[in-house]
Structures are given as C-alpha cells and as structure tokens.
Design a protein around this ligand. Structure first.
Ligand code: MF3
Ligand code: CO
Length: 255
C-alpha cells in the first residue's frame, strides 16, 4: 500500500534527510588511506546521535535476511555492490568506496548513499561513479507528478546500459516514510509509461547500483549481507530520498 505524505510530513522527512546528508559528508571527509571501515561507522554513529536521531540500519532485519544488520552504515568496497558490513579493513590506494546511511528523526526516515575513491583513482572507477551519479540524477528528473515508476526505472537503466554497465535485476529503490522500506519498489531498469503513477506526496528512495564490465551477476557473502559481483568487477551505488511535489521532485537527503 502506498502512503502519500502531507507537506508537513515531507518537511519532517527533510529534517531526517539532512541528518543523513551530514553523516555521509562526515564519513567522506574522514575516508582516507589507512582509515578502517569501522572508524567510518563510528563517525556516522556520532553525527546521527548528536542530531538526536536513530540509525535506521542498525538491527534492521527484513524477512529476507538471516541476521539483523549489525552496523550504522553500509560500506561496500570495490567489488562489493551494496550492504557491505563495516570491518577492520583499512582503506587502500585506489579503493572505490560506497557508503549508504539511514537515520530516523522524530519517527521519519532518510536513506542516502554516495560513492567515491581514495588515494589515486582508477580512471574506470571515476567513469563508473560519474555514470552512477548521472543515473541517479536522471531518475530524480523523471520523478514528476503524472509520470510512472517505469519512467524512473527507464531513466536510471538507460544511463547505465548506454555506458555498458551491469545492473542487479532484483535490487533498487523503495518508498520511504516512517519505515525505511515502503511501497512502491523502484526498479533500476524498466519500461517507460509502466507501473504506479507518481503523485504529489509520494516519497521514494532512488538508488542505482552499477557494475563495471556489464555483467549483472552477484552473490551474497557468508556474512549474509554483503552483495558482491560474481566476476570481481567493481561497482558503485548512489541514492537519494526524494519527494514528488506538484512542482516536481525535491531531494530530501541533499546537504
Ligand atoms: N539503501 C539500502 C536499501 O534500501 C539501505 C538498507 S541497508 C540495511 O537497501 F542494512 F539496513 F538493510
Ligand atoms: Co535504500
């Protein structure tokens, strides 16, 4: 069931989104050679707690998961696509890092992700990250009232496929509200004009996950969470929570 949000509720979601943006900015500022993923988790935890918010991922357990999620952020390095559990791994030269963070403030959720490199970047990684950011921007631009979920999916998927990147078929965006995962789901590939109609008050996370090399295959690590490309290709992830308004989309997780 899709729950549309009132302007007052969207204002509250914006405040939650602001906290997530702050957490991601702090993590990015601290992410450097030799810094561990657990240290990055601690930074996000501090920003979220200082804002009077609650981490949305910690202890989260969807029906599909064997174990509750054990951390504040997802830190997915190189061939990890999404849902990487932070470990004592220390960032190394040329790593491609995706950080996903979520927070609840006053009962409302924000969910957002960024990808970046540390040290000397591989040119192919910069191209992959740029395409992922462009896919997200295209998806957001398509989220106008009267359009359909398929228009967003098509916008995201077209950017990825035009550049020869792979996409994980059964992972994508989702509705956001009091819960982190609400209806509808927002695929990263699809046919324009299909699916649910976008109405003012719809709040969704759009989250392209692009795989270098063009293959779509991935597997789950033994930790039960980390999704990794099957062929070892690198992957990037970008995500914003947005609201559809009468005048167009607004980004709730913008800084
Ligand atoms: N952006 C991610 C998603 O929607 C956040 C979930 S991380 C989890 O899948 F660990 F909490 F599941
Ligand atoms: Co999400």
């Amino acid at each position: 069931m899709i729950e549309l949000k009132s302007p007052t509720e969207i204002a509250a979601l914006r405040e939650a989104g602001r906290v997530v943006a702050r957490a991601l900015a702090a993590v990015r500022a601290h992410a450097d050679l030799g810094v561990s993923l657990l240290e990055l988790d601690e930074i996000a935890a501090t920003v979220i707690a200082d804002a009077g918010a609650v981490p949305s991922f910690l202890h989260y357990q969807p029906n599909s998961a064997m174990t509750p999620y054990p951390a504040v952020i997802c830190a997915s390095v190189n061939d990890a696509v999404v849902h990487g559990i932070p470990t004592d791994y220390r960032l190394a030269d040329g790593d491609l890092v995706s950080i996903d963070a979520g927070a609840h403030l006053d009962g409302w959720c924000g969910d957002s992700a960024i990808s970046f490199t540390v040290g000397v970047p591989r040119p192919a990684d910069l191209a992959l990250i740029e395409a992922t950011d462009r896919a997200l921007a295209a998806g957001i631009a398509a989220a106008r009232p009267g359009a359909k979920v398929g228009d967003i999916a098509n916008a995201v998927g077209s950017v990825a496929r035009a550049r020869g990147y792979g996409i994980m078929a059964d992972h994508g965006g989702h509705g956001v509200g009091r819960a982190m995962h609400e209806d509808p789901s927002i695929p990263n590939e699809g046919r324009p004009g299909r699916g649910v109609r976008l109405q003012p008050g719809l709040v969704i996370a759009i989250e392209p996950m692009l795989i270098a090399g063009g293959r779509d295959a991935y597997r789950t690590d033994r930790d039960g969470w980390t999704l990794r490309t099957r062929d070892g290709s690198r992957a990037a992830h970008a995500e914003h929570t947005i609201a559809v308004t009468p005048t167009g989309p607004i980004i709730l997780t913008a800084p």
